[in-house]
Design a protein around this ligand. Structure first.
Ligand code: AMP
Ligand code: MG
Length: 348
């Protein structure tokens, strides 16, 4: 049995941000680089600050923010988080009052559920816990990995389904049916990019930055030497290599969902972490990875997961309706991309 937690989008969405420095003045700013882990993945930061102190202090502030985001809001594992408390409230008649932030996130999740015809579903917690791919991939499973029993999977699927999660706008109340469990793993890293962007905007001394949170990357500002940001798209068949590079100017969010990120392989069959809500099993859409380019972190991350399940045809249409661009790497190695993506992509 092979287990794999691909640490990371980080290593792989290689941030090719060196570029040669031309001219003087602000191009003399040398980037500060910082690597750490949070939210179960690798965080890579490259910061260009006019004032050295601001540049040195930012990475620690960013790490504090990510740990708080996970511990206070997003984690389904940590008792301190709002999602944990919501998950403990299943079946409560009076519902649960949420913070405005979580309520807004869930509202966006329900919209994406509808727009993706159910391919994106944050209520898949019961099925995801049954597979437990994240833990197995991280080497935290006990004994031998077992494919969930069909009856158990059927039972778990009965507890899932965003169409049964009700949100009431007055007082930000959510009504979670008994047994349902929210899992924001598909948008957490994108939400982190939005928070990091807000933090960067509070720091006038920081001119530009590129930060990756696992498979989601934020570019901010323009590199002092005038060259574009280069974000590599990993090759799923050889994650040390890439299929190509996106060349970007200014602020963008780039998220990749792939079957190589977290998986267990048993007798040549790969069980990965992106589930098809129709079957409760790892999605088999002929896709190995999807990269989504958007101005917004929730959209890039949520759409990359949805597009993985939907496949290229429906996925591209969905992303287009959100103003996002897509690139699919298929099982046979073919690269398919939306018309707009072609302006940013260069093949390796
Ligand atoms: P990502 O790597 O962004 O594609 O997110 C994958 C994670 O989202 C998984 O580890 C699960 O926690 C969760 N997930 C899996 N399948 C789905 C799905 N169809 N819709 C929403 N979330 C999902
Ligand atoms: Mg995602």
């Amino acid at each position: 049995m092979k287990r794999f937690l691909w640490f990371s989008g980080a290593a792989a969405l290689l941030l090719l941000c060196c570029g040669c420095s031309r001219g003087f003045s602000s191009s003399d700013i040398s980037p500060k680089r910082y690597v750490d882990t949070a939210m179960g993945t690798v965080i890579n930061q490259t910061i260009y600050a006019a004032d050295g102190k601001a540049g040195e202090e930012f990475p620690e502030k960013a790490m504090g923010l990510l740990k708080e985001l996970e511990g206070d809001l997003l984690s389904w594992r940590l008792e301190s988080s709002q999602v944990y408390r919501l998950n403990a409230s299943g079946g409560r008649e009076e519902g649960t009052v949420l913070s405005e932030e979580l309520w807004d996130i869930l509202e966006r999740c329900l919209k994406l559920y509808g727009d993706s015809q159910g391919a994106f579903d944050v209520t898949m917690g019961p099925a995801a816990r049954l597979w437990n791919i994240d833990q197995w991939a991280a080497g935290e499973g006990e004994g031998e990995f077992q494919v969930p029993d069909a009856r158990a999977l059927e039972q778990a699927l009965k507890a899932c389904g965003s169409d049964r999660l009700r949100l009431a706008e007055e007082e930000n109340v959510a009504y979670l049916p008994e047994g349902m469990q929210i899992d924001l793993g598909a948008v957490g890293k994108g939400l982190a990019l939005t928070r990091l962007l807000e933090l960067l905007e509070e720091e006038p001394e920081i001119e530009a930055a590129v930060i990756s949170v696992g498979g989601s990357v934020l570019t901010y500002g323009n590199k002092p030497d005038g060259s574009n940001w280069k974000v590599a798209i990993p090759n799923p068949a050889d994650t040390g290599a890439m299929v190509g590079v996106l060349s970007l100017e200014g602020q963008w969010c780039v998220s990749t969902s792939g079957d190589y990120e977290r998986y267990v392989e048993v007798q040549g069959v790969r069980y990965h972490h992106i589930l098809d809500p129709r079957t409760g099993c790892p999605a088999r859409s002929g896709v190995r990875s999807v990269t989504v380019l958007s101005g917004d972190g929730f959209d890039s991350d949520g759409l990359s997961t949805a597009c993985f399940v939907l496949g290229p045809e429906k996925g591209m249409e969905l992303a287009k309706s959100y103003g996002a661009e897509t690139l699919f790497v298929m099982e046979d190695g073919t690269v398919l991309m939306s018309e707009g993506m072609k302006a940013y992509f260069t093949e390796a």
